[in-house]
Design a binder for this molecule. Structure first.
Ligand SMILES: NC(=O)c1ccc[n+]([C@@H]2O[C@H](COP(=O)([O-])OP(=O)(O)OC[C@H]3O[C@@H](n4cnc5c(N)ncnc54)[C@H](O)[C@@H]3O)[C@@H](O)[C@H]2O)c1
Length: 249
């Protein structure tokens, strides 16, 4: 029960890694608000997560400040405070740099980077008043090293890492910690629907020293650790969860 009595927000928790983070937080004793832009996934996820603890859901587009403000008011009304923010929502659309459209560039930067900025700023203003809080960003190993076909995605995740480091410096005086998690290849719908060829997906494990894809629970564990008091002296860093992939590239 590492998050006993803590209150948390997990964005993009309608499915995939976000749902696994919410489940882990609940299993560790936290009360959780989940949000997502997809109503059907959100409803389904909330139903599934309810058996693990106290969970509420609210439809939210993290790129819209008004939505984010509603998410925060909703959470404060239920829990009175916000101890943890997990900025997980993200999109990926495989597309070579020379073919990248303005729409895909803007959508990717909007959700993956601006969404993290908006949620973090609105929540951190509450955490400042509380004089405590923990924010964990979802970055990616693609925010550290490049990978063809994902220039917009890679740029957004590199931005998230540096946003996190800067926030860590500015928010430390208010006892707010900020870190990023950098997963490698985790087999989720996003990884499968992102536009990578079946062949690339099938052969991907050859790039990973542990010779397998990561599991959503393995990323959720990293979020839980960074969100917990076990990480009380850790801020402004990134935790890579990639089966060793970055060691050899
Ligand atoms: N799967 C991987 O291999 C991998 C690796 C590294 C990082 N990541 C990151 O992990 C996060 C989760 O990825 P996943 O694989 O679980 O993907 P996923 O597509 O299964 O889940 C992403 C969720 O975010 C939601 N979302 C998208 N846009 C949103 C918006 N504007 N507002 C609110 N919610 C929104 C989606 O509806 C979806 O439920 C993403 O940030 C992704 O970039 C994934």
């Amino acid at each position: 029960m590492r998050l006993q009595n803590k209150s948390a927000i997990v964005t993009g928790a309608g499915r995939g890694i976000g749902k696994a983070i919410a489940k882990k937080f609940l299993q560790e004793g936290a009360k959780v608000v989940i949000c997502d832009i997809n109503e059907e996934w959100l409803t389904e996820s909330k139903k599934e997560l309810s058996s693990f603890g106290e969970v509420y859901s609210i439809l939210t587009d993290v790129t819209q400040r008004q939505d984010v403000e509603q998410l925060v008011s909703f959470t404060k009304e239920r829990f009175g405070r916000i101890d943890i923010l997990a900025n997980n929502a993200g999109i990926a659309r495989f597309e070579l740099f020379l073919e990248t459209t303005d729409k895909n560039w803007n959508d990717t930067l909007n959700v993956n980077l601006t969404g993290v900025f908006l949620c973090s700023q609105v929540v951190a203003r509450e955490m400042k008043e509380q004089k405590s809080g923990v924010i964990v960003h979802m970055a990616s190993s693609n925010g550290i090293l490049g990978e063809a076909g994902l220039a917009h995605y890679n740029a957004s995740k590199a931005g998230v890492i540096l946003l996190g480091k800067t926030m860590a410096i500015e928010l430390a005086p208010y006892n707010i910690r900020v870190n990023s998690v950098c997963p490698g290849f985790i087999l989720t719908e996003l990884a499968l629907e992102g536009g990578m060829s079946e062949e690339t997906v099938k052969n991907y494990t050859s790039k990973i020293p542990l010779n397998r894809y990561g599991k959503v629970e393995e990323v959720a564990n990293a979020f839980c650790f960074l969100a917990s008091d076990e990480a009380s002296f850790i801020t402004g860093t990134e935790l890579v969860v990639d089966g060793g992939q970055l060691c050899q590239e």
